[in-house]
Design a protein around this ligand. Structure first.
Ligand SMILES: Nc1ccn([C@@H]2O[C@H](COP(=O)(O)OP(=O)(O)OP(=O)(O)O)[C@@H](O)[C@H]2O)c(=O)n1
Ligand SMILES: C[C@](O)(CO)[C@H](O)COP(=O)(O)O
Length: 236
């Protein structure tokens, strides 16, 4: 199967509270967006990359792409405008690719590794769809009456899903079309497959593949990156 990736970068970063979109904030001296782009570009299984950006931020994204080595930036085939919700942004990226398989990745997860990407591709080739996930560490509570806990799901069955998430591109396009027609909103793409009764394989991930969401995530990501490079692990 040949693989493309949709890297979604069209959010606003409201919870980060920075001046602009958090994916252009510096991390180890480079925009957050550049980290994931480089890791995907260096993956042998990935042929092409579509970057989905907020309208008006095309030039900032193009500048991040220009910072990559020429062989890496050559895999970036499209920079397209996203929508108001992540789901719309993914839809725009899917239309810009023509590969059989597609990965979806948050630009806000800069610590993804090549090994994780390849593991998702292999699992999706075997099972049809797959996503990285980590076991939930906390005891999770369900709020019933506002302000009060009413239930505790069995933690042994709970996983926190991450990206990348890997699919057969035509099947994910179909899932997006169905959700749009039925007005269903989803915070990730595996939810759209679950709605259609499709199985999504769990690929055990790593807690370090964090999503940079709030300000305290940035120094943590800096520490993880520094530790990886001092241990010579890189992000392969
Ligand atoms: N309309 C949107 C919303 C989100 N994203 C992307 O989806 C990823 C995960 O979203 P999140 O971390 O929630 O980012 P934001 O939406 O930017 O953050 P916030 O919810 O705090 O505004 C990010 O890479 C973000 O850029 C996107 O492409 N289009
Ligand atoms: C897709 C995702 O990264 C899975 O953890 C996440 O749902 C996206 O973040 P958001 O905050 O829900 O937009």
């Amino acid at each position: 199967m040949n693989w493309g990736v949709v890297v979604v970068a069209a959010g606003r970063g409201t919870r980060m509270g920075a001046q602009g979109n958090k994916v252009y904030l510096p991390l180890a001296g480079r925009p957050i967006l550049a980290h994931a782009l480089e890791t995907f570009a260096r993956c042998p299984s990935v042929d092409s990359i579509a970057v989905v950006v907020a309208p008006g931020e095309e030039e900032m994204a193009a500048a991040a792409v220009r910072e990559l080595a020429p062989a890496d930036s050559a895999k970036v085939r499209a920079i397209v405008a996203g929508g108001a919700e992540r789901q719309e942004s993914v839809g725009a990226g899917l239309a810009a690719l023509d590969t059989e398989g597609v990965l979806v990745h948050d630009a806000a997860r800069p610590l993804v590794t090549g090994g994780q990407i390849e593991a998702c591709c292999r699992a999706a080739e075997r099972f049809g769809a797959a996503a990285l996930a980590v076991p939930v560490k906390d005891t999770i509570k369900v709020e019933g009456e506002p302000g009060f806990m009413t239930a505790t799901p069995d933690r042994k069955t709970l996983w926190a899903v991450q990206t990348p998430q890997a699919f057969v591109r035509r099947e994910l396009i179909e899932a997006h079309r169905a959700a749009k027609e039925e007005g269903a909103a989803a915070t990730d793409d595996t939810m759209l497959m679950e709605r259609l009764g499709r199985k999504v394989a769990i690929v055990p991930g790593d807690y370090r593949n964090l999503k940079i969401t709030t300000p305290e995530d940035l120094p943590v990501a800096e520490l993880f990156l520094a530790a990886a490079s001092s241990e010579g692990r890189g992000r392969t």
